[in-house]
Design a protein. Sequence first.
Length: 431
Amino acid sequence: MEMRALGSSCSTGNGGSAPITLTNISPWITTVFPSTVKLRSSLRTFKGVSSRVRTFKGVSSTRVLSRTKQQFPLFCFLNPDPISFLENDVSEAERTVVLPDGSVNGAGSVNGYHSDVVPGRNVAEVNEFCKALGGKRPIHSILVATNGMAAVKFIRSVRTWAYETFGSEKAVKLVAMATPEDMRINAEHIRIADQFVEVPGGTNNNNYANVQLIVEMAEVTRVDAVWPGWGHASENPELPDALKEKGIIFLGPPADSMIALGDKIGSSLIAQAADVPTLPWSGSHVKIPPGRSLVTVPEEIYKKACVYTTEEAIASCQVVGYPAMIKASWGGGGKGIRKVHNDDEVRALFKQVQGEVPGSPIFIMKVASQSRHLEAQLLCDQYGNVAALHSRDCSVQRRHQKSLSISQRLRKLTNGQQYCRSEIQLVLKLR
């Protein structure tokens, strides 16, 4: 069986048949960014792109290449001289097919673009760039394990940097994950990626938050690194560990840092040890011994910051002062948190907090009234370099989540600078 698209063929190569699940789409569906790419007069366009995907062994793969009555760049900036590259190298290009056993077979060609490798010229340039900067391992391909605006912003940023650095926005291959829902709406992150791989639909535990699936897709697509975006699996410490076992780079913090700062009680104890100001809470009196590593919090110290019974919660609230918050360390999204104003409310609500997040440690924290939720954006590397990029007003975004997705700067620059310095101080303690 074979799939034909734009005059090119793709075959399983074994006489059998299998659904096409990994599709190279960039040569004809690539978003053009005029601010970062110089159009050439020789750039060709075509109309009426359409692809047929046949049913193999009763399984029909999703139709993903259908584009009609539109004009798209035929060869979008894959090479400084796209026309010569198309004419000279089209016979060597490959199309990747994922077979039922998980193996990858390349046969046929699609518009001269190598689906499993970027052009050799870019590979050499990336290798030289990495070596010149003292890097340990060059990254030629990345699996974007998220969707929506996060994926779009990442792809655009990498493309802009690659073009400015290497003169080609395709120096780093970007592979997207696509659910049936994403494909149904023709999601932008799929259209602008170099390749995409189909994943199950439904809630994110079936796709973008599924650690095992992400690792499998990274292996199938043979990428060098995975970027999880934000939300979904980005804060799951199992993901960096699982990728490390497969020799794949995780573009994010290590698992131990996620564990240390992802827990509300542990992160508050670490902040106190780094002399970062905290609100009065049930662990204000608990101190991590000086000189001890802050990557992990000893269990005996951790337990001292928790409350286990209603009476302990009342006693802690009386110390920190009312109004106070009863909080579950593993809670989130409004679950495992209650505001209390007196002892009677603690008695009425403590069990509710425990029930909403079963098994989670509970702590008490003073309510910060008339406050704003501010966030500092930090960029760190494995060599101890830390930079505060911007601040974000989460209060504004939370109140207008559906209509506003723009980061706000702190109103008072001096306060913002002080906040960022505190965050940097905390991160440096974790090195």
